[in-house]
Design a protein around this ligand. Structure first.
Ligand code: GAF
Length: 404
């Protein structure tokens, strides 16, 4: 699966010229992400540990002065899809559907936040796999937010100060676009990863305090690779299932009379779950044990023991499968067959109900692990998944091709 950010930027600039007849004024890119561990913990104020993929969404943009937002997206086949022109002043949640809702939602949030947007032409290009649980939506939201802020004259380079919104704030705006405009009740993991991750590191984010620590993650130094396996499945109940789990966590926190499940200490798990109705107990068990696993992985990485984290990744998958119940038969099959072929650890990544899994493998074993997974899929008559080895890459930024 090729990922070349300069290429995506060049394609975006060329597509912008073809559509609007001149070079774009600005061009920003934002990556998809893999979450190494810390799943369904973000909206419980807990810990997450993502890294940015080399795959990026690029938004080439120029300002307009008539209040219109023109959105064009260019697919892998090079064919543009052009959305109906939108009036920024009239944007309201529920009025825009499909892919255009994401950039339109960002324009809506920025308008609500008082950012002066006189209108804009945006052309979107990229190679973040869509529907694969690798945060193509967040990549689109973040690249859009940075482009629109730049067009509005907001300072984005250099140290954060009063005039320059820090990346955490922009992540919250992008999350709000997804929650309130698109209508998906997601947490802030994906947007923070897309904006704040750095090359060669995983980002340890404490959602409650906002504290971020960049933790080195160099698989090659250990003779290892992080394999991403996109099952190319997405199950119909993914949206409703996500919201239902989230509501379950809120109900559990209310029953325990705490702000969020983050407040349940690992040592107090049994006491806390005993106070809950049966059906909420596994949700709490997952969140509390997952937070503890993230902390253990961070400790191991910090101590240079990357090769020891495998069992924690697998334990995370088992917890998501059995307690949180957000895995899928295809994700379980990937994990099972990767482990059978010698992977050190494997788990689903992202929201679940389909999408992608990851496996920590010895570099020399990549072909063997892939063959084992393919054989298992063949045996069940399932379409082959897509594979790529992922290196932690840079977060969002200005693309070089902005000069056009
Ligand atoms: C999705 C959501 F967008 C994130 O906020 C997070 O909750 C994740 O699922 C599960 O960890 O990617």
């Amino acid at each position: 699966m090729p990922a070349d950010s300069a290429d995506a930027a060049q394609r975006a600039v060329a597509a912008f010229r073809a559509r609007h007849g001149h070079a774009p004024e600005v061009c920003w890119g934002a990556p998809g992400r893999v979450n190494l561990i810390g799943e369904h913990t973000d909206y419980n104020d807990g810990f997450v540990l993502p890294f940015a993929l080399p795959h990026r969404t690029v938004v080439a943009a120029s300002a307009r002065d008539d209040g219109l937002l023109n959105l064009t997206t260019v697919g892998a086949d090079g064919r543009p899809q052009i959305a109906e022109p939108l009036h920024i002043a009239e944007l309201e949640p529920g009025h825009v559907t499909g892919w255009a809702a994401y950039p339109a939602g960002v324009a809506w949030v920025l308008r609500e936040e008082g950012v002066r947007l006189g209108g804009a032409d945006l052309v979107i290009c990229g190679d973040v796999p869509t529907g694969a649980g690798l945060s193509s939506s967040a990549a689109l939201e973040c690249a859009t937010a940075l482009s629109l802020l730049d067009l509005a004259g907001t300072p984005l380079d250099g140290p954060a100060d009063d005039a320059r919104p820090d990346l955490t704030r922009i992540a919250r705006w992008a999350q709000r676009a997804e929650n309130d405009f698109v209508g998906a009740p997601t947490g802030v993991l994906d947007q923070t990863a897309s904006l704040c991750c750095t090359a060669a590191h995983v980002l340890f984010l404490d959602v409650r305090s906002g504290e971020q620590i960049q933790v080195p993650f160099d698989t090659a130094a250990h003779g290892l690779r992080l394999l991403v396996i996109d099952t190319r499945t997405r199950h119909a109940h993914s949206e409703s299932g996500y919201g239902e789990r989230r509501r379950g966590c809120v109900a559990a926190a209310e029953a325990l009379e705490i702000e969020s499940l983050r407040e349940v200490a690992h040592s107090g798990l049994d006491v806390a779950t005993a106070r809950l109705p049966e059906e909420l107990r596994p949700l709490v068990r997952h969140v509390v044990t997952e937070n503890a696993r993230v902390e253990s992985v961070v400790t191991m990485l910090t101590e240079g023991r990357l090769d020891m984290i495998g069992p924690l990744l697998t334990a995370s998958h088992e917890s998501l499968r059995d307690d949180y119940r957000v895995s899928s038969p295809e994700l379980d099959l990937v994990v099972e067959s990767a482990l059978a072929a010698g992977a050190l650890g494997a788990r689903m990544t992202g929201g679940g109900f389909g999408g992608s899994a990851i496996a920590l493998i010895r570099s020399a074993a990549q072909a063997e692990v892939e063959e084992s997974i393919i054989a298992a899929f063949d045996e069940r008559g399932l379409a082959h998944p897509r594979f790529f080895a992922a290196l932690p890459s840079a977060g969002a930024g200005r693309e070089e091709s902005s000069a056009g």
